[in-house]
Ligand binder design. Structure first.
Ligand SMILES: [Zn+2]
Length: 405
């Protein structure tokens, strides 16, 4: 099994590096994740879109965010030519997003290309660096990668993005899984603290992905893995949900000076009391709400209390990318409706939809939490201004342009 996985991973890497870059300046595509076998799994029929409701209630279909927002979790791997940036910025203007953090800034030459192409738009787009794990088990990887990250920070990276291959896919020499509290990463987290660069940190995954595939599994019922079981981790030999959490908490404790903005409410949006306890315990732990509005919106009262209590620690993000970017009403705007209204029983902005339009991250509707304005301001932009100097510099102009005092 392990051998097969390694082979798959190697094959994938080779395939990725063999692709011809367009015009010679195209950064490499993100490495596809390996697939895992799920013996006995049989897909059930595709779900249709959600049924049309007969409910008649007040609706507030907001066009723009009430205050200019800083989107801290966006996948802008497609941003290369000026036209790509201009298209994205025109969408941001239509929905009220003032600034956006592109998490797909890569490292090395690809990073340089992203940074260079984003330069004319630096009051709108912030580019993050990533780690390159090639050779992570070879001596000297830490020194090499730390030097490269330092170069990216000095060149203008807004921070570092970590994705879930750490914890779930990357292996140590002995075949065990590389976790985020591994000593090889200590120098990386310390460097982020030294340069005051936030880490948008995504390890682990939806808890349902670790549960058996079947109709009782919320994510499966919603439609995830209905035609492909590869991102379900049940009995694949990968680390458990709680094991990955344990390593993440050890990292928070060990690197108290490093600011972590943990993606998707740390995948714990289903248990906000637990998130609150962690926020109390680790002052360097923060969360973004990307791809998690469906969790907040199905518990609007609990979530409202949570957002008010932890208003300094929550960041707006969407997890958008090329896929849903053009869907203004279905993707961007329901975020505002969730924070700014008390609307009832409306579609959440699931970042993944089936071809039939079914929300793959929760087959349910949501309710607005109507959060007070001072809290919305923090979540939309003030918290981001604390950690992203580019936002601190440019936001006064964006606020003035919207007439926001
Ligand atoms: Zn993401």
């Amino acid at each position: 099994m392990r051998f097969r996985l390694l082979l798959t991973l190697t094959a994938v890497c080779v395939a990725a590096s063999a692709q011809t870059p367009k015009g010679g300046t195209q950064p490499p595509p993100r490495r596809p994740r390996p697939t895992y076998e799920h013996p006995g799994w049989k897909p059930t029929p595709l779900q249709t879109a959600m049924p049309k409701t007969s409910l008649k209630v007040e609706e507030h279909k907001l066009q723009k965010a009430k205050f200019p927002a800083v989107e801290v979790h966006f996948h802008g791997g497609f941003l290369r030519a000026p036209a790509d940036y201009q298209k994205l910025i025109s969408i941001m203007d239509q929905v009220g997003v003032a600034m956006l953090v592109n998490l797909d800034g890569a490292s090395g030459e690809a990073f340089d290309q992203y940074l260079k192409s984003s330069e004319p738009y630096k009051d709108r787009i912030i580019t993050m660096a990533r780690l390159n794990y090639t050779g992570v088990n070879d001596p000297g990887w830490t020194e090499k990668m730390t030097a490269e990250l330092e170069r990216c920070f000095r060149a203008g990276a807004g921070g570092l993005k970590i994705s879930k291959e750490l914890g779930l896919d990357l292996r140590n020499k002995d075949g065990s899984y590389l976790q985020c509290d591994d000593p090889r990463l200590d120098a990386i987290w310390a460097l982020c603290a030294k340069y005051n660069k936030p880490v948008v940190h995504h390890v682990n995954d939806q808890v349902d992905r670790f549960l058996p595939i079947g109709p009782e599994n919320e994510r499966y019922e919603a439609g995830l893995w209905r035609d492909n079981a590869s991102e379900n981790y049940y009995q694949t030999g990968q680390p458990s949900f709680e094991e990955i959490n344990k390593h993440r908490e050890a990292m928070f404790a060990k690197h108290a000076k490093t600011v972590f903005i943990v993606a998707h409410i740390a995948h714990l949006g289903f248990d906000l009391k637990r998130v609150g306890a962690m926020l109390d315990k680790y002052p360097n732990f923060n969360v973004d709400v990307s791809a998690a509005i469906q969790e907040l919106g199905r518990q609007p009262h609990t979530a409202r209390k949570f957002l008010i209590q932890y208003q300094d620690r929550v960041f707006y993000g969407s997890d958008g990318g090329a896929g849903r970017m053009n869907d203004l009403d279905g993707f961007w705007r329901p975020h505002w409706r969730y924070f700014e209204t008390q609307d009832e029983y409306f579609d959440h902005p699931a970042q993944l939809l089936s071809p039939q339009g079914a929300p793959l991250h929760g087959r349910w509707k949501i309710y607005g939490s109507l959060v007070p304005d001072p809290v919305i301001r923090k979540i939309y932009y003030q918290n981001a201004m604390r950690y992203f100097p580019a936002a601190k510099a440019a936001m006064p102009k964006h606020l003035a342009a919207r007439g926001v005092k």
